[in-house]
Ligand binder design. Structure first.
Ligand code: GRF
Length: 195
C-alpha cells in the first residue's frame, strides 16, 4: 500500500504535527506529509515543516478572523489539490472550514479537539471542563463539517481532571493524549480502513 499523502493545516505551535511527524519518521505511520499550511505567519507548524523539507504554504486572510473569505479558501483548495493530499489534517487550525474546502475533500478533513465532544465545543475546552467541575475530560478526533466541532466522531481518549489542575496543567495532560490518538487515527486512514 502506498503511504497516505497528508496535508496539515494549523495556526499554532504544532505539537500535534510534531507527533504525527514522529510517528512517520519512526516507521509506525505509513504516511507522507506533502504540505503544511498556516494562516499565521511564522507559525510553529511551518518551521517544523521547513526543517524537514516538507513544502509549506501560507494563507493570507485579512477580511475575517474566524473563517477564510470564499476567494482565499478556493485558493487553498487549489494548493491542497496540487499537493496531491489525500487527507487534510487540522491541527490547531483556528478557523471554521467553509463549503469550498468541505466540498473538495468529502470525509477527508479531520480535526482534533481537546474535550470529549459533544461536551465543550469551541475555544479553550480545557478551561470549560475545569469551570464545569467535571472529573473526566479528554480529546476527540472527528470529521470536519460546517459546524463548530460538530462532525462525526472517529475516536476519543479520556483524560482525568485532577485536584489542583489549572487550565494549563489540564491542557498539557490532554495534549499528551492527543499526541497518541491523532497518529493512531491517521494510521487507520493510511490502512484505508475508514470509508
Ligand atoms: C490542540 O489542543 C488541539 O486539540 C486544538 O488546538 C491545539 C493545537 O495544539 N484543536 P498544537 O498546535 O498541535 O500544539
Amino acid at each position: 500500500m502506498q503511504p497516505l499523502k497528508i496535508a496539515v493545516l494549523g495556526s499554532g505551535k504544532g505539537s500535534n504535527f510534531r507527533s504525527i511527524l514522529n510517528a512517520i519518521l519512526s516507521g509506525q505511520l505509513k504516511a507522507r506529509p506533502v504540505l503544511a499550511v498556516s494562516d499565521v505567519q511564522g507559525a510553529g507548524i511551518l518551521t517544523l515543516a521547513e526543517n524537514l523539507g516538507v513544502p509549506t504554504a501560507e494563507v493570507k486572510e485579512s477580511k475575517f478572523r474566524t473563517r477564510l473569505s470564499e476567494e482565499v479558501e478556493c485558493g487553498l483548495v487549489s494548493t491542497l489539490r496540487a499537493s496531491g493530499a489525500e487527507l487534510v489534517v487540522l491541527a490547531g487550525y483556528m478557523r471554521v472550514v467553509k463549503k469550498p474546502l468541505l466540498d473538495a475533500f468529502p470525509r477527508r478533513i479531520i480535526n482534533i479537539h481537546p474535550s470529549l465532544l459533544p461536551a465543550f465545543p469551541g475555544l479553550e475546552a480545557w478551561r470549560q471542563a475545569i469551570e464545569a467541575g467535571v472529573t473526566t475530560t479528554g480529546c476527540t478526533v472527528h470529521f470536519v463539517d460546517s459546524g463548530i466541532d460538530s462532525g462525526q466522531i472517529i475516536a476519543q481518549s479520556e483524560v482525568p481532571v485532577l485536584p489542583g489542575d489549572t487550565p494549563a496543567t489540564l491542557h498539557a495532560r490532554i495534549q499528551e493524549a492527543e499526541h497518541r490518538i491523532y497518529p493512531d487515527v491517521i494510521k487507520r486512514f493510511a490502512a484505508r480502513e475508514i470509508p
